[in-house]
Ligand binder design. Structure first.
Ligand SMILES: [Zn+2]
Ligand SMILES: [Zn+2]
Length: 134
């Protein structure tokens, strides 16, 4: 199944030609910036199956693991779209909120629960990890 998505203003568009490998909620401190205080909802997809139209801006940083992280966002509307890690060259992360239709996608895993705020509801039916899963 092919899925499409893009940023809020439409300057960046993408097509995914494979179903997600995983869908995760992420409570890491970085995601709390970009999900505006909440957990981010992310899908992991094979990089080779993502086609991007438009030119995202990038924010590069180093994760606690030492991996180089690259986050991509629209320079016009600020929507965060992708994140890529030097520790996983085969796959990349797409922010679920940017899909045109996220039907059928639901998280099965929640990660970085140790950095979630005290009020966060951690769904007990999801597989949970206090930090980055091995
Ligand atoms: Zn935009
Ligand atoms: Zn995160």
């Amino acid at each position: 199944m092919t899925r499409t998505g893009g940023c809020r203003c439409g300057a960046i568009r993408y097509t995914l030609s494979a179903e997600p490998l995983a869908t995760r909620l992420c409570w890491c401190r970085d995601c709390q910036y970009w999900a505006l205080g909440n957990a981010a909802v992310n899908i992991m997809v094979p990089r080779a199956t993502v086609a991007v139209a438009g030119t995202p801006r990038h924010y590069d940083s180093v994760a606690d693991s030492g991996n180089a992280m690259r986050r991509s966002f629209c320079g016009d509307c600020g929507t965060h779209l992708f994140s890529e890690s030097s520790g996983n060259l085969l796959n990349m992360v797409v922010r679920v909120g940017t899909l045109d239709d996220a039907g059928g996608i639901a998280p099965t895993v929640v990660i970085w629960t140790a950095s979630a705020p005290a009020w966060a509801h951690i769904d007990p039916t999801l597989q949970a990890f206090p930090g980055q899963p091995g």
